[in-house]
Structure formats: structure tokens, C-alpha cells
Design a binder for this molecule. Sequence first.
Ligand code: ZN
Ligand code: ZN
Length: 378
Amino acid sequence: MLLEAPQASRLQSFVADLLRHEAALVEPIEPEGLEVLAPAGMQQALGIGELSRLGFGATLPSSAVRVGMEGDWLDRFGRLLGARGRWTRRVLAADVRMPGDPERVLGHELVLDNATFRLLGVTPAWTRYLIMDFRASAVSDDKRDFITRLGVNLATGALSDAVVMALDPYLDRNDEAAAMPLDADLPAMWDHERVVGLVGQALPLRLEVALDPFVRGLRRRLVRDQDRLHRYHNDLHHEAMRRAVVLPEGDPKRLREEHRAAAIGREYRAKLDDLARQYATRVTVEWVQTQDVVMTVHRLSVQIRRRKADRTIALDWNPLARRLEPPACDATAGIERPRLLCDEALHLVVPAGLAPCTGCGRAFCRACHRGGCPKCGG
Ligand SMILES: [Zn+2]
Ligand SMILES: [Zn+2]
């Protein structure tokens, strides 16, 4: 696959920057190439000699090696980069007033089915979003790569996919980083265990959504192939049985047809197993990069109340996404609405987090009882 001209020159300038940054001597040569004097480590990582010529366009400079998106060039550059570039911090400027009436914004976004709430106040605040990208590869008779993004507000724990998606255009902008005052009160980085726990909970739900069209396509083809196998073997089986039943019991010809029918049945089942193996899908997930995004938000302090108990939570209104982040579910990292409050600890959970036990039918909070139902252990 040859690259289109603009892509080829973008790749060429990326490679030139990268190699210079890694202490190579790099000279552009015509047409669309680079001459590289590479230090020893780079020679090893890229699999090139000390002095080499790389070509990017349709026509290569003489004795140049072609570099493109195909093959393993991206992996080789990845080896050279190591873990660098996988973590970046950005400060986003957001000097936007919260529009309208905060009470109304809150009433619109926060839906509690078994509790009441009250807005206590709104203050400007700093927050950090940890935005993590994962590459998922699904391999069956077909292979597909997906990028799935997961973002968490480190101050409130909110996992608003809508806000993370709305921030996307601001993350790639190369304008001057916004200034952050030295005394900005930023939430602390979560410890490793907490981040890994969150990813373990929240990523599978999002992967399912990302993989859904691929999986549905596979299922459709599987069902179609199963139908075809069934029709073919069913016809053969019927044919053999039709010939068998007109012959008297014990007739060797009849026995032969019956054996034939049984063999067709066995072949059908073996073919079905082959098909299941062919369509079995293995999904691997790899962490690609993390962005630490710092910005100001409007923080709503909200009292939530159930029966006689209450507690105060913080919800951020993001000025770039122009929306209020719903609270994270304390039990599942799910994002569907509404939220319910549990009686024991006033956890905010999605309805599934307070659903009846499948064993004894008693409803219980999955955030209070992570090990299972407190009554029957189910
Ligand atoms: Zn139970
Ligand atoms: Zn609870």
C-alpha cells in the first residue's frame, strides 16, 4: 500500500522529528526521503544500519528502504519510543460562566428515583481528568482494532463519556498551554490500585459497546453458515431415511441407509464444532496512552437525602463540554440513569446495583456487599 502524498510527507516529518529527538543525524533527500546516521540503540530498535536511507513516497531515493504504515514500521518506532509519549499533561483554558440557573441544570441531569436532593452551592474549582486510551483487538475469522477511551474526573469520580467525548477536540490542539496558577488546588492522583480497579470495572462495559457492531456481524454470518450446514445435511439425512423406511426391517440395504443417516448426523455435528471454532473471538486489550487533563470547572455541592439520612456530594459542570457530569455508580461504574440511594450507606447506584438477589429475591446494595447477597450469599 502506497501512502497518499500528504500522508507520506506527514509521516516523513514525524520520522525526521523523532529520529532527531533520539540523537540521529537526519538529512532530507529527494524524492521524499531521509538520510539517517543512527546511533547504536536506534539501529537496533529500528533494524537499520548506521548509515541508511529511508523513502516515503511513490518513488524511492536510490538504495532507500520504504517506510510506511504497513509492515512493522509502527511497531519499530514504538520500540524506539518505549514508554515515552504515553503520558501527557494538558492544561485547558476554560473561562466560561455557567449559564442559566444551576438548580435547573442539576434537576435536569441528576435523576434520583428514591431520594431527594438540594443544591447547597456552586463554586469554581480545579479538576483533573485521567483520560485513558486502550486498543482492543478482536480476532476470529476476521480481525478488527478499536480504540476505547475511558475518562474519570479525579475530584468527583464521575465517569462521563459525554464530557470526555466533548473534550476530544481540545486535546489535539497545539495552542499554548493555558496557565495554571501555582497554588491551584488540584485533586491528587489516585493510587495504582484504585485506577486499576476502576479500569477493571468500567472498561468491559465500554468495550462491549465498541465491539457490538463487530460481534453482531459475526453472529449474522455464523447463523447464516449454520443454516446452510443444516439445510445441506438435513436434505442428505432425509434422503437416506426415505430410502431406508421403504425397505423391510433387517434388510442389509436398509441397514446401510440407516448407517449412512447416522454418519451424516455425526458429520453435521463435527461441522458445527468447526464453525464454532472458526467464529470464536479472542479480544486482547492494550493500554495505549494516558492524558492528564487539568482544567477549571464549576463544582456543585449537593445534599442527597433518603428517609432520615443525608450526605453531601460534589458534581462538576464542565465548561468546555457545557454539561453537568452525573455521579458515578458506586457499585458498577455503569452510566445508565437513574441513580438510586441505598439505605445502609447512601451509596449512589444504578438500578442493577440495588436489584433483588437472584437467589433469595431480597434487594441489596452491590456497593455495600461486594461479595454477594448478605442474606443467602448468592
Ligand atoms: Zn440472596
Ligand atoms: Zn450501599
